[in-house]
Write a protein that binds this ligand. Structure first.
Ligand SMILES: [Zn+2]
Length: 273
């Protein structure tokens, strides 16, 4: 009986996605975007991998859908998704142009870190990369996210960034122009999996929403949660600040799917092609 109850619960959570809303809103198969790949109507949930990493699977109406994150450096052309029962699903990735942005930083050490800084930066990167690779079994509570703060968008995802004229990694997330102390809220339910006070990101919170869908919030003035803490949708996790490499207070929000950083704007209905 307990098993049947669990299955009914699972079915109920999957029925939340029942009217084509996922494909309509999330399918932007470009570098830094998402491919929604139909996997058929079998009764049990398929499992699938993209580039060796497990992907998020949800059910919409009668269909199973893979929600595949596409890294910004993805080449255009045919890509493959492989299910654990050996089926191959091909899908196409298009092109997207990302603009350049020049930023002046008074602190040159944030552009060309010292040897000691590099040791720290590499350690911190490794720790964060492990968090991005988290894959828990639970289904995300919602795939159309709430905005984590009330405020205008500022820097979009994917800008090719030049600090004091030197090109560095592209902008991996989405910025909101909001003041210090603004509460940051979980855009979907999740669990806190990592906290840090990093060289570049400053005070940072990682939230696992389930099945490889991870949010990262950084440059916070204050963290108000602990590792392992479950967060209901809308729970406050910290306050906006300007810690780390930031030219002023704002919220920087990353969203990762199957370990690919994708445009968070897709999840809040603000994607621009
Ligand atoms: Zn940012």
């Amino acid at each position: 009986m307990r098993v049947i109850g669990y299955l009914l619960l699972l079915l109920a959570s999957q029925l939340a996605f029942a009217d084509g809303v996922i494909s309509r809103h999330l399918h932007h198969p470009v570098p830094g975007g998402i491919a929604v790949v139909p996997l058929g109507t079998q009764s049990s949930a398929p499992r699938a991998h993209y580039q060796g990493k497990p992907v998020l699977i949800v059910r919409e109406a009668q269909q199973w859908l893979a929600i595949v994150g596409l890294a910004q450096k993805s080449p255009s052309g045919t890509h493959q998704l492989i299910t654990t029962d050996g089926r191959q699903f091909d899908f196409q990735v298009g092109r997207k142009h990302y603009r350049k942005q020049h930023i002046k930083l008074a602190n040159r050490r944030q552009v060309n870190p010292l040897a000691d800084d590099l040791t720290r930066i590499n350690r911190e990167l490794a720790e964060q990369n492990i968090a991005y690779q988290t894959f828990s079994a639970n289904q995300p509570s919602n795939l159309l996210f709430d905005k984590p703060v009330n405020g205008p968008l500022s820097s979009p995802f994917g800008l090719r960034r030049f600090f004091n004229g030197e090109e560095r990694n592209p902008h991996s997330g989405l910025d909101f122009a909001v003041g210090t102390g603004t509460p940051v809220k979980a855009p979907a339910a999740g669990k806190v999996i990592l906290l840090g006070d990093y060289f570049f990101n400053g005070k940072t919170v990682f939230v696992d929403h389930g099945q490889g869908l991870i949010s990262m919030f950084c440059h916070l003035a204050k963290i108000e949660v602990q590792v392992g803490q479950p967060l209901p949708r809308g729970a406050v996790l910290g306050r906006v600040g300007a810690t780390g490499r930031a030219t002023g207070p704002h919220l920087h929000w990353n969203v990762s799917l199957n370990d690919a950083r994708v445009d968070p704007a897709i999840f809040i209905g603000a994607f621009t092609p």
